[in-house]
Write a protein that binds this ligand. Structure first.
Ligand code: 5GP
Ligand code: ZN
Length: 138
């Protein structure tokens, strides 16, 4: 088990901090966000400690995403959500507060229900040049 003594989600996995648990297996745990942005806002995490999406092994990430998909389906079937947003913040610049890989599954009810993702357009972009820069390293 990869465990970080300073990590709040490791403490939840360990049972040291309570949570409203939705699901648990050998590798994955899901529970409600303690500060939900909408009704039923869930977090799906790896039980092992990985800092974020970028450093999580692919097999673990796949297991987390499978659970996230099912929770999203149930949020729609059971809670009456009209849609969901899947979000994983990586690193401080992206707003990551808990440095343990987690995926937010946010049920959506209306466009003004508490969650807002603002996408501002970047001006004067050279798409082929950017694509080349990224593609070269893939
Ligand atoms: P981040 O910004 O890192 O993607 O979001 C971390 C999320 O974890 C936040 O939405 C926050 O409300 C949630 N969170 C932080 N501490 C706890 C906790 O002790 N229990 C639960 N259930 N959620 C937490
Ligand atoms: Zn952790």
């Amino acid at each position: 088990m990869k465990y970080d003594v300073n990590c709040i989600f490791c403490k939840i996995v360990n049972g040291d901090i309570p949570c409203a648990k939705l699901y648990e297996d050998d590798d994955v745990m899901a529970f409600l966000d303690v500060n939900p942005v909408t009704y039923g806002h869930a977090l799906v995490i790896s039980k092992d400690h990985y800092a974020n999406f970028l450093s999580t092994p692919k097999d673990v990430m796949n297991k987390v995403m499978n659970v996230a998909q099912r929770i999203g389906q149930v949020q729609i079937e059971q809670l009456g959500a009209k849609g969901i947003n899947i979000l994983t913040n990586c690193k401080e610049a992206a707003g990551q507060e808990v440095q343990h890989f987690h995926v937010h599954v946010i049920p959506r009810y209306t466009s003004s229900d508490g969650f807002k993702l603002e996408l501002k357009q970047l001006k004067d972009v050279n798409l082929p040049a950017i694509a080349k820069e990224i593609k070269e390293k893939l």
